[in-house]
Design a protein around this ligand. Structure first.
Ligand code: SF4
Length: 110
């Protein structure tokens, strides 16, 4: 996928997600996905339990509107391999969501 700029649709959805996160949506930020088994389990749940349901994606993915530090490493979207800088977008296939650079999730990967 090309890293085009954020669209009005992305902006609106990012705003909606921001509202959910700042509004107190409780997400499974811990434990972080530290092993490939944990990654597989979380990705599996995203397929079976979340599908296209936005809130379930955020909950199971453990989204936060601030960076999380794990094992002394900050894990913001902006340093994640799935982050598209110009679009401010997460291209992990199970998410495909607009994000902010200082958000985070437990599938963060370098
Ligand atoms: S996978 Fe990476 S870019 Fe996507 S939400 Fe998680 S930390 Fe952010």
């Amino acid at each position: 996928m090309t890293d085009r700029n954020s669209s009005p649709q992305d902006d609106a959805l990012r705003q909606k997600i921001s509202g959910l996160l700042s509004g107190g949506l409780e997400t499974e930020a811990w434990p972080r996905a530290e092993t490939s088994e944990m990654v597989n389990e979380i990705v599996g749940r995203l397929h079976t339990d979340a599908g296209d349901d936005l809130e379930k994606k955020l909950v199971i993915g453990g989204f936060t509107d601030h960076p999380i530090e794990a094992d002394e490493i900050e894990q913001p979207c902006e340093t994640c391999m799935y982050y598209l800088v110009h679009r401010r977008f997460c291209e992990l296939p199970e998410f495909m969501l607009p994000v902010e650079p200082n958000w985070s999730c437990r599938l963060w990967r370098i």
